[in-house]
Design a protein around this ligand. Sequence first.
Ligand SMILES: Cc1cc2nc3c(=O)[nH]c(=O)nc-3n(C[C@H](O)[C@H](O)[C@H](O)COP(=O)(O)O)c2cc1C
Length: 167
Amino acid sequence: MKRENYSILFSSVTGNTKKLADAIRETLPEEDCDYFGESGAAEPVSELLYIGFWTDRGNADKTTLELLGKLKNKRIFLFGTAGFGGSEAYFQGILGRVRQSIDASNTVVGTYMCQGRMPQTVRERYLKMKEQPEHPTNLEALIENFDRALPHPDAEDLERLRKAVLS
Ligand SMILES: Cc1cc2nc3c(=O)[nH]c(=O)nc-3n(C[C@H](O)[C@H](O)[C@H](O)COP(=O)(O)O)c2cc1C
């Protein structure tokens, strides 16, 4: 039986989501890959699409949402990174919002999310805020989350992604 061709499209500003895209590329047969690259650079030709996003204010980034909004009759594996994590429910909430941009003629064949490190400027902003007498009470938790995100995506995240892609 002929295996199905696929494309991998991703949006990644600081490189976290690209790491996931690279891991998928290394996992799937190269000869079946129609396209690998940034979302928005090309019209997706394959029926099976691996689409990667970074989380922007609780949803997928704008480029990915625009791409998803155009798709019809595709099979979509959604993967993404988010600065916050530690709970599957948080990821499911984001994925639920992302799915709202996908037309019903498409089928979501799989999903995967993990944490992705945030730029150091974010931590510096938290520390500055902490110096103010009137600062948000959850700053300590935000700083802890920032530090937890630093090593991600790590080797274990990528291994879980490979398993999800092959299942
Ligand atoms: C403008 C902006 C908004 C963000 N909003 C969220 C958010 O709502 N939730 C979250 O968990 N992470 C948020 N993040 C963190 C990124 O989603 C996270 O660091 C991601 O791994 C970046 O992926 P990339 O390296 O592929 O660009 C935001 C980052 C930026 C720059």
